[in-house]
Design a binder for this molecule. Sequence first.
Ligand code: IDP
Ligand code: MG
Length: 145
Amino acid sequence: MERSLVLIKPDAMQRGLAGTIISRLEGQGLKLVSLKMLHLDKALAKRLYAVHSDKPFFEGLVNYISSTPIMAAVFEGEGAVEVIREIMGATDPAQAEAGTIRGDFGLDIERNTVHGSDSVETAEREIKLFFAEEEIFNYHRETEG
Ligand code: IDP
Ligand code: MG
């Protein structure tokens, strides 16, 4: 089953939105298979965002994502990567549709509330940055609810 990494970013933690974000994803039928709270150090932040290392916003992004503790989650489901990207909305909250997480809660293009892997390959790489395989659970989830 397809998996994706979700991060509940500092701006969401600071506004008490962790439960709301998890709830929205669970409510769309995605299965929560792992969850932890952690404070990223700069080294892990740089590995997470390595693809953006030559962008002008890279340093700010690394500082932002490591500014407060965040939540990291693994969600599983058919087409999970794409489904989560849709529920999250566009990178820039100003462009994100109402009803998406970023459209409803995002503050600006950096403080956009949530991270979701952008492909199955990226998801595999990102999940390994945060979770050992034995920390990812297998259990039955009803398709409704
Ligand atoms: P994504 O999170 O929708 O996949 P990416 O382009 O991969 O978007 O960018 C990673 C993160 O970097 C974004 O979620 C956002 O927090 C931040 N970011 C992207 N573009 C900018 C920018 O132009 N200025 C500041 N931060 C940005
Ligand atoms: Mg991305």
